[in-house]
Ligand binder design. Structure first.
Ligand SMILES: *Cc1c(COP(=O)(O)O)cnc(C)c1O
Length: 365
């Protein structure tokens, strides 16, 4: 991640694809979510900030009052964010193994704990958030075990927060999410003097303010993508625009086939641009046959099988030349949710699948 980014940076003239992060759009989304949640945000920046570039996202958000701190999934990510000295807390959302704890504590990373064994292994100076499993069944202490665990942590002076994670806050039926919040209630009421958080992006959009909370953890929606049925709750804007360069432009004659397997045959002479972006860069291979690009204001079909490093697109009648940059998706072109749908993947997968050959750029206002 960081090291590789630094190496690639030296060769940035050679990138053939880039993902531009619109800092103004991100700040606007975060402020809207801050207002809706009624509490500041513990911004998830796991998986290279949902593919947006963790260095770029931290740089764009470190001075925003809407952002209280950063949440990550892996110790490496925690160390990477801490090394940026963001001036804000970093919470590791997964359990730290005993042999990872001293380094994380030395970096000042907040750890998540949910078992007596983890508590016993904590180095003296470490500060933690107690994770409570209220129904996701992924990580966390059961609510009845969480209160004594939290009391033990409080006695050691190490309890900085309590939290849970909702398994169904982004669906129309919120019954299971409500039941989870109800199971969490006695835990948060037992620890009124620490940080308390539960809502992911679905939770913030579905519920708005929740009683007793001091933070919220909206991820995908911070980056401007909301579930269909929640799209009208807030005016969120996609933050990332992906662009790729044209390698070649050529005419496909009527009756000729394009790409692996010859899945598409030209019904008439067709001008095709070969775009240097493939499934290794994050374009879903299964979008073959459905994919489109917005070129010069027109929607144009991707022709035939999407390859590892390239795909072909119909540019008949358009002035497109080798070396031109085309929008692959973004706020002003094709919506990332459309690309995800064509590919049969979730938006989470689309964004976290953006490859290392794609330069991450930060567009400041
Ligand atoms: C990833 C994650 C989030 C953010 O979820 P979104 O669905 O992207 O809003 C919040 N909390 C935890 C524990 C997570 O793992």
């Amino acid at each position: 991640m960081g090291a590789r980014g630094a190496v690639l940076y030296a060769a940035r003239m050679l990138f053939r694809a880039r993902a531009r992060l619109n800092a103004a759009a991100l700040a606007g989304n975060l402020e809207a979510l801050h207002v809706r949640a009624g509490v500041p945000l513990l911004l998830p920046v796991k998986a290279n900030a949902y593919g947006h570039g963790v260095a770029q996202v931290v740089q764009a958000t470190r001075d925003l009052p809407a952002v209280w701190g950063y949440a990550v999934a892996m110790p490496l990510e925690a160390a990477e964010v801490a090394a940026m000295r963001p001036g804000k807390p970093v919470l590791l959302l997964t359990p730290a193994a005993p042999d990872e704890m001293s380094e994380l504590a030395a970096l000042g990373v907040l750890m998540s704990v949910s078992t007596p064994e983890e508590v016993a292994a904590l180095p003296p100076g470490a500060r933690v958030h107690l994770k409570v499993d209220t129904g996701m069944n992924r990580l966390g202490a059961r609510p009845e075990d969480a209160v004594p665990l939290g009391e033990a942590l409080r006695a050691r002076g190490q309890l900085a927060g309590v939290y849970t994670h909702l398994a169904g806050a982004d669906v129309p039926d919120l019954a299971s999410a409500r039941a989870q919040l109800e199971r969490f209630r006695p835990v948060r009421e037992a620890f009124p003097d620490v940080q308390v958080h539960a809502a992911n992006g679905g939770g913030v959009l579905s519920f708005g303010r929740l009683p007793g909370m001091t933070l919220a953890r909206p991820g995908l929606v911070s980056y401007g993508i909301a579930p269909d049925h929640l799209r009208d709750v807030l005016p969120l804007r996609p933050v990332l625009s992906v662009q790729a360069r044209v390698g070649a432009v050529h005419t496909v004659r009527a009756g000729e086939a394009v790409s692996y397997g010859g899945l598409w045959t030209a019904p008439r002479d067709t001008l095709a641009a070969t775009v240097q972006f493939g499934y290794a860069d994050g374009y879903p291979r299964n979008a073959t046959g459905h994919a489109q690009l917005m070129i010069r204001g027109e929607r144009r079909a991707v022709l035939g099988r999407i390859c590892m490093d390239q795909f072909m697109v119909d540019v008949t009648g358009l002035d497109v030349r080798p070396g031109d940059w085309l929008d692959v998706w973004g706020a002003d072109s094709v919506h990332p949710s459309d690309v995800a749908r064509w590919g049969g993947v979730a938006e989470y997968e689309l964004l976290t699948g953006i490859g290392t050959r794609v330069e991450r750029l930060l567009d400041l206002p």
